[in-house]
Ligand binder design. Structure first.
Ligand SMILES: Nc1nc2c(ncn2[C@@H]2O[C@H](COP(=O)(O)OP(=O)(O)OP(=O)(O)O)[C@@H](O)[C@H]2O)c(=O)[nH]1
Ligand SMILES: [Mg+2]
Ligand SMILES: [Zn+2]
Length: 358
């Protein structure tokens, strides 16, 4: 285990003290609700017993946690499990946790420490549940591909909103550019997207995991950061992770029709040999945005926000109101129809979500 890896998993003592204090506070407040007798029967485990670690893999039966000295196989403490109620998943890869060690590298997770960032989306099956993707990461690599599956620009904008909400930096990675000759119809779209997003100040990289094109730039983007690869199934997230880390995680050809095979089934945090960490995640079927407001949209659409400052109505939503400057900018070609349509679709899903709660 190299020094960087250890420093990542073992934060400063001061920080550990602060986190332990916060954890013990949370524990005390919990005991206020229970009676004193119960408290005597079940004393709070002393925090000296805990070690801090980071969740690196979640399987259906257990959770792998890396501490500064080992990888432990853990289970969740019973009371933690009961908190699953509103979230589909309570604990996610990247979480910092306090573990009570048991025998032979096993342990029990007692606390999940506060997260600095979290990528979440709306569960496609249970629309009122929030699905957490990864925690405590610096950036999300919105991974798309050429041809197999096809480029789907509207997904990018959904991720931009989710990144803003979750306090992470977004970067767009377009993989499989070696397939551009096979799918010439996607060339113009790719050029349009590259120009559009770079002009708006977002990072967009074109790479190929098979030819190696753009991989040096990708390494530079990932160096010394914690990054999560997320996107549709089959876009090549795992092949990119293998190329960057030297691992041989399972990949699978996309099915006819360009749909991915949903090969990766759990998120996994992996150290990068050149510094930093990356998380491979299962391909998404849809990316719904969780709990957002119209204002949240505007950070992902800076060009619409800027044109919107000149609208006649202060609360203009730019969907056909009179005196809308966004409509004018769209007509003049200053705003891309791709982006405008994606804005409208997000705005519509915002109202759908609202309706769901009313
Ligand atoms: N031509 C080409 N094929 C690629 C490239 N990257 C990945 N592939 C292939 O695309 C298929 C899917 O790759 P995976 O890495 O399994 O995709 P994934 O995004 O991890 O998919 P899930 O785990 O299902 O989410 C595999 O057959 C890869 O070999 C690339 O840059 N060019
Ligand atoms: Mg995969
Ligand atoms: Zn307007």
């Amino acid at each position: 285990m190299n020094e960087d890896f250890e420093s990542f998993f073992a934060p400063s003592r001061r920080e550990q003290r602060r986190e332990r204090k916060a954890a013990s506070k949370a524990d005390r407040s919990k005991y206020k609700l229970t009676n004193m007798r119960k408290r005597e029967e079940e004393p709070t485990p002393s925090h000296e017993k805990f070690v801090q670690g980071r969740v690196i893999l979640i399987r259906s039966q257990d959770i792998e946690v890396a501490t500064s000295s080992e990888t432990m196989v853990c289970t969740l403490r019973g009371t933690l499990k009961q908190e699953r109620h509103h979230h589909k998943n309570l604990i996610i890869v990247g979480d910092l946790v306090l573990v009570e060690p048991a025998f032979q590298g096993n342990g029990v997770i007692h606390h999940v420490l506060p997260r600095t960032s979290v990528l979440s989306r709306q569960d496609h099956l249970h629309q009122i549940k929030k699905q957490l993707v990864a925690a405590n990461v610096d950036q999300v690599l919105i991974t798309m591909s050429i041809g197999e599956p096809h480029l789907r620009p509207s997904i990018i904008d959904r991720y931009l909103v989710a990144a803003e909400k979750g306090n992470l930096h977004p970067a767009i990675v377009i993989n499989k550019i070696d397939l551009l000759d096979k799918y010439p119809e996607e060339k113009d779209l790719l050029t349009e997207l590259s120009t559009l997003y770079s002009k708006l100040g977002f990072t967009i990289l074109c790479v190929s995991a098979t030819s190696g094109e753009g991989i040096k730039q990708l390494e530079a983007l990932l160096k010394d950061k914690v990054s999560v690869f997320s996107g549709q199934s089959g876009t090549g997230k795992t092949l990119l992770v293998n190329l960057l880390t030297g691992l041989s995680l399972q990949t699978q050809p996309v099915r006819s029709g360009g749909k991915g095979a949903h090969t990766t089934t759990s998120a996994r945090l992996i150290p990068l040999p050149f510094g930093g960490w990356c998380i491979d995640t299962p391909g998404i079927r849809s990316f719904g945005i969780w709990d957002f407001q119209a204002e949240d949209l505007l950070v992902a659409f800076p060009e619409i926000a800027e044109a919107g400052t000149k609208c006649f109505f202060k609360d203009c939503l730019h969907k056909g109101e009179s005196g809308c400057h966004v409509a004018k900018a769209l007509e003049e070609g200053a705003i891309s129809p791709l982006r405008y349509n994606s804005y409208l679709s997000l705005l519509a899903s915002l109202h759908e979500t609202k309706k769901w709660y009313d």
